[in-house]
Design a protein around this ligand. Structure first.
Ligand SMILES: Nc1ncnc2c1ncn2[C@@H]1O[C@H](COP(=O)(O)OP(=O)(O)OP(=O)(O)O)[C@@H](O)[C@H]1O
Ligand SMILES: [Mg+2]
Length: 263
């Protein structure tokens, strides 16, 4: 049975959709079978990122029982995608997503769920359809406050939070530090993704960012995250230890996470 991983934040524009695609792409490089699901039902754009424009059958049709998964799932080079309807008004109950996904999870190693920034039934639908979640955040106070709200939402529903994906990091002094964020959120940062124009460029080419530039620092970080979730323990300390450099916080966190995840 595949695992469903929700990528959440009730703050808009932090990089949920970008992370869903990058993580899915990274999993595929480890030979994993992946389905990306657009559960941002009111303002979907996972499909647009991947050049799936106005799909005839979508998650909306699956949820209102007018299409099967077979009709709605689109096969891409590295993963499958269940897009949502952008322009049609189709009445759905997002809460049913969990039950519906149960019908296809067996065909995949990972089902990655993109969610809405709105604090609404659709976000709850994405949350409860997830076996576990990552919360995407950026290193600033307004986003951190919304991150706390998202953490609370997940905890209230009893959905395990694997960690935070800290995105769009410029590495400047005015940004919140990892320590500060972790102390406030009480959730470990499991990936630090730099602000990277490769990600913006990849969208303009409708290409998943890890495939677009496998050697960027952002891709490298998504690959490390996908590696531990795939059960491939990388040795974060080898080169750094050899060079006498202290390991990064996120590398230590990933190591700890790996030990508890696969124990
Ligand atoms: N690490 C990054 N570096 C630079 N740009 C990024 C990065 N991550 C995401 N972006 C850009 O930021 C914008 C918002 O990203 P994205 O659409 O993934 O956010 P979102 O959280 O899904 O937004 P929404 O809440 O509206 O669904 C996009 O233009 C995306 O290309
Ligand atoms: Mg999005």
């Amino acid at each position: 049975m595949g695992k469903s991983i929700g990528i959440l934040s009730v703050k808009g524009g932090v990089g949920k959709t970008s992370s869903v695609i990058a993580l899915g792409d990274a999993f595929s490089k480890f030979g994993k079978k992946v389905l990306l699901v657009d559960a941002n039902f009111s303002a979907p754009n996972l499909g647009v990122h991947l050049n799936i424009i106005e799909p005839k059958k979508t998650a909306h049709h699956v949820l209102n029982r007018t299409a099967s998964f077979k009709d709605a799932i689109q096969k891409m080079d590295n993963f499958d995608v269940l897009p949502s309807s952008m322009f049609e008004d189709i009445l759905i109950s997002p809460i049913e997503l969990r039950k519906k996904l149960g019908m296809v999870k067996g065909k995949y190693d990972f089902v990655i769920i993109d969610s809405s920034p709105s604090l609404s039934e659709e976000t709850i639908g994405a949350l409860i359809a997830s076996d576990e979640v990552f919360i995407v955040t950026t290193p600033d106070y307004p986003t951190l406050s919304m991150t706390l709200k998202t953490i609370k939402l997940a905890r209230k529903r009893g959905i395990p939070i694997n960690g935070l994906i800290l995105n769009k990091v410029h590495g400047r002094d005015f940004e919140l530090s990892i320590d500060n964020i972790e102390k406030t959120a009480e959730v470990p940062v499991l990936a630090v993704i730099p602000y990277d124009t490769n990600i913006l460029e990849s969208v303009s080419e409708f290409t998943p960012s890890v495939t677009f530039n496998p050697y960027s620092r952002a891709s490298n970080e998504y690959m490390k995250l996908a590696a531990i979730l795939s059960g491939k323990k990388h040795n974060p300390f080898s080169i750094r230890r050899f060079m006498g450099i202290t390991p990064k916080k996120q590398d230590i966190n990933r190591d700890i996470f790996y030990e508890s995840y696969f124990k």
